[in-house]
Design a protein around this ligand. Structure first.
Ligand code: CA
Length: 226
């Protein structure tokens, strides 16, 4: 799981990074809104921790932009603010943040909220069997079926499908797919992803089936929920 921290205060970034990394999260950071939007487009994180007070674009504006974007509207966002007034809280939730934490907060509280939001967004995570649309993957028995018929996949296509189904409805970049399926730091050419996507599509799709793997031009792929 990759978490993007959007915060302009270096000491706060370090504190968050330390706590998130100790919990096993991968962490990236952006110090202003423009950098944040670029980072989200280049490597969509699994969650954004978004500070309210930022130079250039405010946290609220960033949250609005994320929610307006067809490809990123489902991205989990937790807003962090120094202002604890109730009205701010309401505004924070109005712009579509999933949760809200005010400074100062305890790391334990923040981690609990992060886990709760991630669970809500990815109820499939940690399950033995995942079903999205008419596709079911059994992660224990290593079996895949579509509309009741068995689908036979090679080990890489299986991992790729698992990675997709755990993140159904989200746009994933080739880089994310490479990191998630082949492992970080492993050198694989970008087009390798395309080759395995082609094999996965061929195995999943029979005549008349809709293609659940949507190609997002210049970005990557999305496994559609329907
Ligand atoms: Ca700030």
């Amino acid at each position: 799981m990759n978490i993007l921290i959007v915060e302009d205060e270096p000491s706060m970034v370090e504190l968050l990074r330390y706590n998130l990394e100790s919990e096993g999260f991968q962490v990236s950071s952006a110090s202003d809104g423009e950098e944040a939007m670029l980072s989200i487009q280049e490597q969509t994180p699994d969650m954004v921790l978004l500070d309210w007070m930022l130079p250039k674009l405010s946290g609220i504006e960033i949250c609005r932009r994320i929610r307006r974007d067809q490809d990123f509207r489902n991205l989990p966002v937790i807003m962090i603010t120094a202002r604890a007034e109730e009205t701010d809280r309401v505004r924070g939730l109005d712009v579509g943040a999933d949760d809200y934490v005010s400074k100062p907060f305890s790391p334990a509280e923040l981690m609990a909220r992060i886990r709760a939001v991630l669970r809500r967004h990815n109820p499939n995570l940690g399950q033995d069997t995942i079903t999205v649309a008419d596709v079911t993957i059994d992660l224990v028995a290593y079996k895949v079926s579509r509309a009741g018929r068995d689908v036979h996949l090679g080990p890489t296509e299986f991992k790729l499908l698992k990675f997709f189904m755990e993140r159904a409805g989200r746009v994933l970049t080739r880089e994310q797919l490479l990191d998630g399926v082949w492992g970080q730091g492993v050198y694989v050419e970008d087009r390798t992803v395309d080759v395995h996507i082609r094999r996965l599509r061929k195995a999943l799709n029979e005549a008349g089936d809709i293609d659940l793997i949507r190609t997002v031009r210049a970005v990557g792929y999305c496994f559609e929920k329907s």
